[in-house]
Design a binder for this molecule. Structure first.
Ligand SMILES: Nc1ncnc2c1ncn2[C@@H]1O[C@H](COP(=O)(O)OP(=O)(O)OP(=O)(O)O)[C@@H](O)[C@H]1O
Ligand SMILES: [Mg+2]
Length: 297
C-alpha cells in the first residue's frame, strides 16, 4: 500500500484558558489513504470542524503533528482545497471569475499560465454543469449551484486534497442527493483525496471509503468503519443489507458517545416532559442523524 497522503499524529486542540478551557481534540491519530474519501461523523461538538480546520492549516493545533505528503502542515496551502457549508463566494465576481479566483493571488500567478488557468476554469464549469452560467453572479444561482461553484473554485489549482465541512448541510434533500452524485463524479474525474464532514450517516456511508466516528468531550477517535460497497456507488445500494447494517452500527456508535443524549436522560430525572426526555429514537432515521433527541441505549 502506498504511504498515506495525510498523517495525523497525537493531535490535540485546546480552546480557551483556565476555567473556560475546552479540549476540542485530544491525542488524535489517523491516517488517510491517497485517492480515498474519508467521511467524519460524530455528535455535535466532537471536533469535526476543528480537525478539518487544522488539516486546512486555518487553525493551529495545540499538540501533535499533521503531515501532508510527508511535509508538516503549518498553514493553508495550494495542496488543500476547502469547501464550507456557507458558499462563501465573492458576490461581485461572476461564476467563472469566482472559480479562477485563486489565480488572482500573486502567489499563484505565473507568467504565461493565464490561458491554462482560463481553460481549467472552463473545464471545471463543465464538470460541475455550470458552463451556461459562466457570466452569472452568485445571487442569480440556487444554493446547489453556488456550492458547485465553491467546489470548482476549491479544485482550480488541482489540489490533491479536498477538505469539505458539511458542504451540503444547507441544501434540500433532493439537491443534496444530486450533489453527492456530482461529488462522486468529480472525485472519479479528478482523482483527489477527500475528507468530508457530515451529520448525515447515510451521506457518510454513501460517499465514504471509510467512515470515521469521533466522540465528544474531549474530541477523540471512537471507531473507523470500512465501507465495503462497490467503488462506483449507485442509489440502490442504500437499501442493501450491507449498507443498512453499517448505518445501524455507525448510528449506534454516535448515539453511544453523544453527550446530548446523556443530558436528556439527566433532564428526565428532574421531571422533564416525557414527550421530550423519554422519547426513544426512531429505529433508523431515513436521512440525517437524530441523536439530539432520545434516550441512552
Ligand atoms: N473558536 C473556538 N473557541 C472556543 N471553543 C471552540 C472554538 N471552536 C470550537 N470550539 C469548541 O470545540 C469543540 C469542538 O467544536 P467543533 O466545532 O470542532 O465541533 P463539531 O464536531 O464540528 O460540531 P458540529 O457538529 O456542531 O459542527 C466544541 O466544544 C466547541 O464549542
Ligand atoms: Mg462543525
Amino acid at each position: 500500500m502506498s504511504a498515506p497522503i495525510i498523517q495525523i499524529s497525537a493531535v490535540s486542540k485546546v480552546f480557551g484558558r483556565g476555567g473556560d478551557e475546552v479540549t476540542a481534540l485530544a491525542g488524535l491519530d489517523l491516517e488517510i489513504a491517497r485517492g480515498s474519501i474519508v467521511t467524519l461523523v460524530g455528535a455535535s461538538g466532537c471536533g469535526k470542524s476543528t480537525l478539518l480546520r487544522i488539516l486546512a492549516g486555518l487553525d493551529a493545533r495545540t499538540e501533535g503533528e499533521v503531515r501532508v505528503d510527508g511535509q508538516a502542515v503549518h498553514g493553508p496551502g495550494p495542496d488543500r482545497g476547502v469547501v464550507f457549508q456557507s458558499y462563501s463566494l465573492y458576490p461581485w465576481l461572476t461564476v467563472e471569475q469566482n472559480i479562477a479566483f485563486s489565480t488572482r493571488l500573486a502567489a499563484n500567478r505565473r507568467r504565461g499560465e493565464k490561458a491554462a488557468h482560463a481553460a481549467r476554469a472552463r473545464a471545471l464549469m463543465q464538470l460541475v454543469g455550470l458552463e451556461k452560467f459562466a457570466n452569472a453572479y452568485p445571487h442569480q444561482l440556487s444554493g446547489g449551484m453556488q456550492q458547485r461553484v465553491a467546489i470548482a473554485r476549491a479544485l482550480h489549482l488541482r489540489p490533491p486534497i479536498l477538505l469539505m465541512d458539511e458542504p451540503f448541510g444547507a441544501l434540500d434533500a433532493q439537491t443534496r442527493e444530486l450533489m453527492q452524485d456530482l461529488l462522486l463524479h468529480v472525485f472519479e474525474q479528478e482523482g483527489c483525496t477527500i475528507v468530508f464532514v457530515t451529520h448525515d450517516v447515510e451521506e457518510a456511508i454513501y460517499l465514504g471509503n471509510r467512515v470515521v466516528v469521533l466522540a465528544p468531550h474531549p474530541g477523540r477517535l471512537d471507531s473507523v468503519h470500512e465501507v465495503s460497497l462497490p467503488a462506483h456507488r449507485s442509489r440502490d445500494m442504500i437499501a442493501s443489507p450491507e449498507f443498512l447494517e453499517l448505518r445501524r452500527k455507525v448510528t449506534e456508535r454516535i448515539r453511544a458517545t453523544s453527550t446530548m443524549t446523556n443530558d436528556l436522560s439527566a433532564l428526565s430525572q428532574f421531571g422533564a416532559p416525557q414527550a421530550v426526555a423519554g422519547a426513544s429514537l426512531p429505529d433508523l432515521p431515513a436521512a440525517g442523524l437524530t441523536q439530539t433527541t432520545g434516550d441512552q441505549r
